[in-house]
Design a protein around this ligand. Structure first.
Ligand SMILES: Nc1ncnc2c1ncn2[C@@H]1O[C@H](COP(=O)(O)OP(=O)(O)OP(=O)(O)O)[C@@H](O)[C@H]1O
Length: 246
């Protein structure tokens, strides 16, 4: 079976301030279709860089990214944007909704940007499924944080992407809203067959995933299947020891 996303030897260095920083140091990973993976690691371990490179929002210095079997990194910049719009969804910590657009218009935006028909029946169906069927014509400022993040998830789902990348999607939410959003992401995977890769700092959030990938100093530092919050926290503590000792 084709992986939803495959990362092959990703390196990303930043040298824009004179001293080179290696954010990713040879990461190879596969995200099978229909799975929910959390990515964890100490601050500065490369989690956001990994997600940005995998999603085509940033280019790795070397290495290749495959989405649904097609090589994202082989495309030029304009083609990469198009590729990303069609095959990748992204959910940000701060929602990134356009404040002047209604809930429905925000969700339809990826289709419009891609020159596709604004399928209102489809966006209504997704928003209803996500509990926002009554809020189609509201502006983002009329919604709670949890509701805004659900709109962002609806927007990520509307193009039926091969994979949805989420960077700290519950980082700005209270506990109850965070739980709702995590339950929703899990349902998106287990009931609707999508693939989600989520960066989080929170072991409780990571425990909603099927497995956890750990990063330390830009490298893979193990994984955990069927994670519990306790097991994740314990593993993270040991990663901290190792990084601290290095
Ligand atoms: N634009 C940039 N220019 C220079 N260095 C950068 C840039 N972006 C990230 N870095 C560096 O790359 C490394 C990895 O950063 P990244 O943001 O991917 O880590 P992270 O694990 O997501 O951290 P956090 O948990 O704090 O968000 C860090 O050392 C960071 O300082």
């Amino acid at each position: 079976m084709t992986a939803a996303a495959h990362l092959d030897s990703l390196y990303r260095t930043y040298d824009d301030i004179g001293t080179a920083v290696t954010a990713l140091d040879g990461v190879t990973a596969t995200f099978p279709a229909g799975t929910f993976t959390a990515v964890m690691g100490p601050s500065g371990s490369g989690k956001s860089t990994l997600l940005q490179c995998a999603a085509g929002l940033d280019r790795p210095t070397s290495g290749r990214v495959f989405i649904d079997g097609a090589e994202l990194t082989a495309t030029k910049d304009t083609a990469m944007t198009k590729f990303r719009r069609r095959r990748v969804g992204f959910v940000f910590q701060d929602y990134n909704l356009l404040p002047a657009l209604t809930v429905e218009q925000n969700v339809l935006l990826p289709l419009r940007l891609d020159g596709r028909r604004a399928d209102r029946a489809r966006s209504t169906e997704i928003l209803t499924r996500l509990g926002l069927g009554e809020r189609l014509h509201d502006l983002p400022e009329q919604l709670s944080g949890g509701q805004r993040q659900r709109v962002a998830i609806a927007r990520a789902l509307v193009t039926e992407p091969a994979v949805i990348f989420a960077d700290e999607p519950t980082g700005a939410l209270d506990l109850r809203s965070a739980r709702e959003v995590l339950t929703l992401l899990r349902a998106v995977v287990h009931e609707h067959g999508r693939t989600v890769v989520m960066v989080t700092h929170d072991p409780v959030a990571a425990a909603y995933a099927d497995s956890v990938l750990f990063l330390a100093d830009g490298r893979l530092a193990g994984s955990l299947s069927a994670p519990t919050a306790e097991a994740v926290a314990e593993r993270l503590a040991h990663l901290g020891d190792r990084v601290g000792a290095a």
